[in-house]
Design a protein around this ligand. Sequence first.
Ligand code: ATP
Ligand code: MG
Length: 357
Amino acid sequence: MKFSFFTETTPPLIGMDISSTSVKMVELSGDGRGGYKLEGYSISPLAKDAISDGNVSDLEKVVDAVKLCWKLLGSREKRTALALPTSAVISKKVIMAGDLREEDMEVQVEAEANQYIPFSLDEVNIDFQILGPAPNSPDEVEVLIVAARKEKIEDRVASAEGAGLKVSVVDVESYATEAAYTLVAGQLPNAGREQTVMIVDVGATMTHVNVLHDNNPVYAREQNFGGGQLTQEIQRRFGLSQEEAEIAKRKGGLPESYESEVLQPFVQLLAMEVARALQFFTSSTQYNRVDHIVLAGGCASIAEIDVSVQDRTQVNTIVANPFHSMAVGSRVRQQQAIIDAPALLIACGLAMRGVGV
Ligand SMILES: Nc1ncnc2c1ncn2[C@@H]1O[C@H](COP(=O)(O)OP(=O)(O)OP(=O)(O)O)[C@@H](O)[C@H]1O
Ligand SMILES: [Mg+2]
């Protein structure tokens, strides 16, 4: 297995997102016309505490969830692309001479990495990518160096291998989100060009905020907020277990008071959280406005959430659907796919690594 943030061409792969509450898989293929086809996807819940703070803390439980997820996916493909949490990697842009040979560049990358990585170099895997000519200096190049603890990579790889799968690519969650964003941009006017777009991924425990300007990443941040709060409130109010609350949340069947007394207050909190993210961004960067908000993550599946966020922020708001312009295979239940799509952004960005369209 290679630590390979930047590998360009790879065989068909299953994108696998191992997050705090579930394992999610997406399988894509080329549609023969330069676009993607969604072959299948699956989601299997993870036992509480199987992953904590982005680390695998109960390998056996994670392996079980990966096995179930692969079975639900109904694929024969065993090669996967997976991602490390953004917080588990250190990345840095450096400037180097433009005419270095490959070997010399590797040596210099190691020397640079040695300076800012707080671990011994044999505990980490390093990868780098030349981004392009250095700004204001045509003889030099800008290089992105990414490093991660071997131990963090090995834990994730073991989760896949324990389930009989192979790992072909190890990526970073925020890069996978950015890759999948290229699909979502098509939902925006002028495909997001020359505009400032804030992607807000509201998961179970965390809210990940990524901002792109003219389709280039300019800002990333995390806030402690997620749908787990709503699940807990449902458990408390209606005396349900966590599993029951999760099911009720998605499938309905809760008493009439749920809508006004539990769901609406949560939706208002979520809208406030997005408004806060917006304020943090505009007050700490050179940008003084955002043109569009794109909601992703499981909480973006709450009905009319985009309307509430737009009311609160006064910014045009949409729900991410990375599948919106894709052909869809016969294994996919289309109605359900539209509901699940916003939570599948990372898995989708990872699956894209295996399809050269
Ligand atoms: N249809 C739905 N309606 C309401 N909430 C939903 C729906 N589907 C998923 N959720 C909620 O979204 C959350 C899970 O979202 P997601 O899969 O994006 O989280 P995660 O990636 O596991 O979390 P994190 O990013 O914090 O690790 C859960 O709280 C879940 O209850
Ligand atoms: Mg997530």
